[in-house]
Design a protein around this ligand. Structure first.
Ligand code: C5P
Length: 230
């Protein structure tokens, strides 16, 4: 089956402290952005990539696309001040319907099997997101005092990809805009619009490269993958 991936890549990555977009940091001689793009370039189910970027990074990103021979790019819209605005720019650039996946450009370690399960689940049920079961005990804390311990059995850590039938994500996005609802992921928008969103179990190594420690761990994951394919 086919899907289009929308990739927000217009963040500033302040928590990484690199002084520039973290997606340009390298793992094993290749930028994080290039690693993520290659995953979708190589997946036969992926028919198009829409990447939301910062205008002043366009030339650099076009160079990476050319170097890595990414032929599936359909549009490079300008992203916005919030991740949700960057995804909105991708939606506006996508004219056909079908299944769309939203995936953080900062998550290069997504497994192909998880991508395929998500696309299939979205086709069958409308909306599905990748997640892993919480490993730690989680508590609600206010002003340094624990209020409540969450039931760990029901807690999941949510990742991307997040997969949707196009009409669902479009409607959820329009509604969020109209109601000035800001979500930290697309599932929140779909939930807000009243849709049921399913979970597809992902892997713990689908990390979002966020802080400097992630770079060291990312290097280890990449080495492990290379050894596994030899
Ligand atoms: O900052 P964070 O790690 O949560 O960003 C997740 C993804 O969303 C990254 O790939 C980043 O480039 C993207 N993003 C964006 N536009 C923003 C903020 C983040 O495209 N305004």
């Amino acid at each position: 089956m086919d899907y289009t991936v929308m990739m927000p890549a217009a963040g500033s990555g302040t928590r990484m402290g690199a002084g520039h977009n973290k997606l340009f940091l390298e793992l094993n001689g290749k930028t994080i952005l290039a690693h993520t793009l290659v995953v979708f370039q190589q997946d036969p189910w992926c028919t198009g990539i829409i990447l939301a970027i910062k205008e002043d990074e366009r030339a650099k990103i076009e160079m990476i696309i050319e170097q890595e021979q990414i032929t599936k790019i359909r549009a490079l819209p300008e992203g916005g001040s919030e991740r949700q605005h960057s995804v909105k720019a991708c939606l506006a650039a996508h004219q056909s319907g079908g299944i769309v996946l939203v995936h953080d450009a900062a998550r290069p370690f997504i497994a192909k099997q998880v991508i395929h399960e998500l696309a299939t689940c979205a086709l069958l049920h409308g909306a599905a997101v990748a997640g892993v079961k919480a490993k730690d005990t989680m508590k609600y804390v206010t002003d340094g005092i624990i209020e409540e311990t969450a039931d760990r059995e029901r807690l999941w850590v949510i990742q991307t990809p997040q997969a949707f039938r196009y009409e669902i994500l479009e409607e959820a996005s329009l509604r969020a805009e109209k109601e000035r609802f800001l979500g930290t992921d697309e599932a929140m928008l779909a939930e807000h619009a009243g849709y049921e969103v399913r979970i597809v179990e992902s892997t713990y190594d689908n990390i979002k490269m966020t802080t400097p420690e992630d770079l060291a761990y990312g290097g280890y994951l990449l080495k492990k993958r290379l050894e596994e394919t030899i």
